[in-house]
Design a protein around this ligand. Sequence first.
Ligand code: GLC
Length: 445
Amino acid sequence: MVLTAAPETATRGEKDRLLQEAVRVLLRNWHGYATVPSRSLYPHQWSWDSAFIALGLQHISAARAATELLSLFGAQWADGRIPQIAFNPAVPDDAYFPGPSVWRSSAIDGHPPIATSGIIQPPLHAVAVASIVQQMDDPGLGFAERAYRCLIDQNAYIRDRRTVAGGLAVLVHPWETGLDNSPAWDHPLAAVPADLSLFDTYTRRDVAHAGAGERPTDQDYARYIRLMLRYRDHGYDDDWVRAKAEFLVVDPAFNALWAWSQLALAEMARRLGRDDSEHLSEAARVTEAMVDQLWSEERALFLARDARSGRLQPERTVAGLIPLVLPGLPPAVVDSLVATATGEAFRIGTPDVHGVPSFDLTDVRHEPRRYWRGPTWLNTTWLVARGLQVHGHQQLAQRLDDDLVGLVAKSGFREYFHPRTGRGHGTRSFSWSAALLIHVLAESD
Ligand code: GLC
């Protein structure tokens, strides 16, 4: 395949200007012990955002990157779960919906000292910690020890409380996937009643900060709220939820990041003088289970499985490419994934597409401006680029990194981008867009 150069490859001067702006975004979004994804739309600390943010922050200050993650680990529950949101007590309850008074985490035994949501997000934290520890030399070992213990508990929670038959992790809410309104959830979500009268009691805050055409619909939002209220009303009990949830999915991106985090933990274990063998065998086990249970020969992609019906969901989404981060994939699977990534569904590396679209360009449901139903996001683009690098596709990986920089140069630190025009959408001054720009430029120097 012939790669065309990214049309908007930035010059050195422009890169320096973008770096300065990115640092400013992260400093403005820092609230004393952690970084908000966006001051307007997301005024608290989000779990996987903090992992992406720490990857960028480490190039400004490794200590600040460590603080970002330790603050999040401070919100870890006694059962090991690292919650999707750690609420900032200084922010009014109604600044974000659903806020602390809706989640009611303080009613749970073993709740952390601050209010949190009760669901989880993709476990990218070990990868971020391992990267920071590499920069820290000896003084980093105190941080490494503390973080390692929290990460072990996080992994034990996923393994013991969140797996289903077959040994893969299962998610109980679309927000747990990080790709909230992905078309892969349309079918499983259809089984969840959408009660619009919920909005007599609750008010969506997100549509005040971004256009309704760029956010999930009211129907989907009503389903999200119903799912969270039911889990909450059963004390966030995972035995209950695995048996009775109206939404239960096995997601390839979450499981891939879980396996990847085991490889990062193995690296940390070696650095801390511990045995790495358990982490390595967990990574191999999850990788194998994914190939066994989520790989589709027909779609040439990893697919999500609805754990209630047992059916694979046919939608081709960026989540299906993220397993590329795993070095243990069979070579034939890697080849097929690269063919799918460069083929009609995603068209990466071609002049008419920027980054990796979140959803199949050929599907009638593709919406280039709506959240996870088409736009390019920088975090998933970065993950696919790392995966391509793992498997020796340096040129294609470089092209995605150039696209990441080019999108920011063209449209600023937006939350997501139109995959064909590169125009920015969603909120502005978005932290992980800034952090990943810093990280990509630092790694390429
Ligand atoms: C949205 C995204 C999610 C992210 C959060 C905060 O909900 O879908 O992945 O963590 O915003 O940025």
